[in-house]
Design a protein around this ligand. Structure first.
Ligand SMILES: *[C@@H]1O[C@H](CO)[C@@H](O)[C@H](O)[C@H]1NC(C)=O
Ligand SMILES: *[C@@H]1O[C@H](CO)[C@@H](O)[C@H](O)[C@H]1NC(C)=O
Length: 272
């Protein structure tokens, strides 16, 4: 599900019978790696494609709660739950839901507003609404590490954060070192209050991110914003979704993909 870094893999495809206590899945397609470099030991696809794990087992729903690792290797893990039975549309207690948009490949959601410390960040609708050309819109992707925002969206958010962090010096050296931006020098401060960040989705579901999901301590006395963009200035050059909600921002949330009701659900939860 989560892949850190890039590498290369070689292998073969084969089919197996998956044996669950209450269900057998014949002809389960699996790739077997015979050679890999700098790769995790296993990768499972959770997309909408026919070969993904949920598609192949016929899951009606799946959920996970990603442990907040912050790049350590602590042997702490959490469960991935594949629900094979029809839930008859029941909601999970305390979970906020927003509908998925119809799409054969990605899990598109309708992100309506990005809010920084109570201020609605102005984002042109062409980024929030997917166009017929396939550009724009927001997807949820457990396989992307840091949340990605297309440049104009990213700049608008960063500008608003910058206003609230005006009393801190931008730590340019740390920015160059980490590739993250903005980074602030907070050395010598006992407590640092950073602006709140929240995502508001269609249907009223609101994801108020815990600070550790969008700022990380970096180097000696600096903090860096952990949402990323690309270097393409302007619009339409990159294409595809304008916003990708990655796994770093999903940490310490119970996350549910309800494939029967076609909705995305989440609630804050300490995952381990
Ligand atoms: C910066 O510090 C001054 C003086 O302590 C304070 O009045 C002001 O509100 C601070 N600005 C921000 C953006 O926090
Ligand atoms: C932060 O500022 C202090 C004081 O100016 C400086 O000594 C330190 O090197 C800076 N740290 C970073 C990470 O830029």
């Amino acid at each position: 599900m989560i892949q850190y870094g890039l590498g290369s893999t070689a292998g073969l495809l084969l089919t197996e019978t998956l044996d669950f206590p209450e269900k057998k899945v014949p002809d389960f397609l699996v790739g077997c790696s015979i050679l890999s470099a700098r790769q995790p030991e296993g990768i499972a696809g959770f997309g909408r494609g026919l070969d993904s794990l949920p598609s192949q087992v016929g899951a009606k729903k799946f959920s996970y709660c990603l442990v907040s690792h912050s790049f350590d290797d602590a042997p702490v893990s959490s469960d991935l739950v594949l629900d094979l039975d029809s839930g008859s549309g029941k909601k999970t207690a305390e979970v906020s839901y927003t509908p998925f948009r119809k799409n054969p490949t990605y899990y598109y959601v309708n992100l309506r507003q990005i809010v920084v410390e109570g201020k609605h960040v102005k984002v042109p609708s062409e980024y929030l609404e997917p166009g017929s050309d396939g550009n724009g819109g927001t997807i949820v992707d457990s396989g992307t590490t840091f949340t990605y925002m297309e440049r104009p969206v990213f700049e608008a958010v960063v500008k608003e954060i910058g206003k609230r962090m005006a009393n801190f010096t931008v730590a340019t050296e740390i920015q160059d070192l980490t590739g993250l931006r903005p980074c602030y020098n907070v050395s010598g401060q006992d407590t640092v209050s950073v602006p709140e960040l929240s995502f508001k989705f269609k249907g009223g579901a609101e994801m108020k991110l815990p600070v550790t999901n969008y700022f990380v301590l970096a180097g000696d006395g600096a903090i860096c914003f952990t949402i990323v963009s690309d270097n393409v200035v302007g619009t339409g050059l990159r294409g595809g979704p304008a916003i990708i909600l990655g796994n770093y921002q999903q940490r310490d949330y119970y996350i549910e993909y309800d494939l029967e009701k076609e909705r995305f659900g989440f609630k804050r939860q300490v995952c381990a």
